[in-house]
Write a protein that binds this ligand. Structure first.
Ligand code: F6P
Length: 343
């Protein structure tokens, strides 16, 4: 094992740089070279790269985003994409590729196995929807931003006796909304896993009012939808190269629905990219460090088509096939029920 490639793909999140740093430090310690490919799979497809030294990764641990750049490039939706990717893998004398990303990026890593690429995945997505791992890099940082936003909305909500709707990311999963909302003490949390009933949302607000609380904070996932509406709300048409539509707008949809049945002032905040940017939490830095080191160890052991999975205590190998087959990871029902207690 002399040389590994490294790519970071999909939506970025705080913590990726910590994983890049750990991969480079561990690999160099083992006398291995690391070639960083730019902007996700696009870098390996186009042979756009730079050799990463210890100096290159110095000081990047606390910095959000990714030093290597990211994109949602899917080699499998490009003419001869997998073949070209493999060509560049061979041309660079790579023994393996470490891919940092979510289900799309790691799905490509898994499929490239059939073309001769040895890959190890590191879970990274603010959505925390990757199966077979308790946590993915970026989730802790994103939910911390949601928590802080809920804290800030509280002070203005109680001052103006308003309903504050906070729309958060997460695609088809409600992990960010649920954990961020619980951490911030939101009064209603609406997630894609449970289509909501507008009258129930009003009911909770009214119950709080009856108990003397004339304001409420509602956290809603971008992928949530009301019962009976068989589609998610989107503001843009078209899909990315993995076939995903761009979600967004459910916060304003909810406001319109509530306005029609509730005589209280309502305001909407869309947290958007603020929850993906900024510095990683201590948890994400440590998770990234541990996963980066483990990924290099798996390569040294000749174990591929795996992901570094964190079960809450240890980082263990888990097959990428299983990860892809079982993603997105549903929220455990016990966790979901916790939100019903707080309003
Ligand atoms: O997967 C991470 C994520 O932030 C989702 O929560 C969100 O739906 C999507 O990426 C936004 O994608 P883009 O960065 O392409 O706008």
């Amino acid at each position: 094992m002399d040389k590994v490639g490294l790519i970071t793909g999909g939506g970025d999140s705080p913590g990726i740089n910590g994983a890049i740093r750990a991969v480079v430090r561990k690999a160099r310690d083992e006398d291995m070279d690391v070639v960083g490919f730019k902007n996700g799979w696009a870098g390996l497809l186009k042979d756009d790269k730079e050799v990463l030294t210890r100096g290159d990764v110095s000081g990047i641990l606390p910095i959000g985003g990714t030093l290597l750049g990211s994109s949602r490039t899917n080699p499998f939706s490009v003419q001869d994409g997998p073949e070209k990717t493999y060509e560049n893998y061979k041309k660079n004398d790579l023994d393996a590729v470490i891919a940092i990303g979510g289900d799309d990026t790691l799905g490509v890593a898994h499929k490239l196995r059939d073309f001769g690429v040895n890959a190890v995945g590191i879970p990274q997505t603010i959505d925390n929807d990757l199966a077979e791992t308790e946590y993915s890099i970026g989730f802790s940082s994103a939910l911390t931003q949601v928590m802080k936003a809920v804290d800030q909305l509280h002070t203005t909500a109680y001052s103006h006796h308003r309903i504050m709707i906070l729309e958060v990311m997460g695609r088809d999963s409600g992990w960010i909304a649920l954990f961020g909302g619980l951490a911030g003490g939101a009064d209603s949390i609406l997630v894609p896993e449970e289509p909501f009933n507008i009258k129930d949302v009003k009911g909770r607000i009214k119950e709080r009012e009856a108990a003397g609380k004339n304001f409420s904070i509602v956290v809603i996932s971008e992928g949530a939808s009301p019962k009976g509406l068989d589609q998610q709300i989107t503001r843009e048409t078209g899909t990315d190269s993995f076939g995903h539509v761009k979600l967004g707008g459910i916060g304003h949809y909810l406001k319109d629905q509530l306005d029609a049945i509730l005589e209280m002032p309502i305001r909407v905040t869309t947290l958007a990219y603020l929850q993906r940017g900024g510095e990683p939490t201590a948890f994400d830095r440590l998770l990234a460090t541990r996963c980066g080191i483990s990924a290099v160890e798996f390569c040294l052991e000749g174990e591929f088509d795996l992901m570094t999975s964190f079960d809450g205590s240890e980082v263990e190998p888990v097959s990428l096939e299983k990860v892809i087959a079982n993603s997105p990871k549903p929220i455990d029902d016990d966790l979901l029920r916790m939100k019903d207690l707080f309003y």
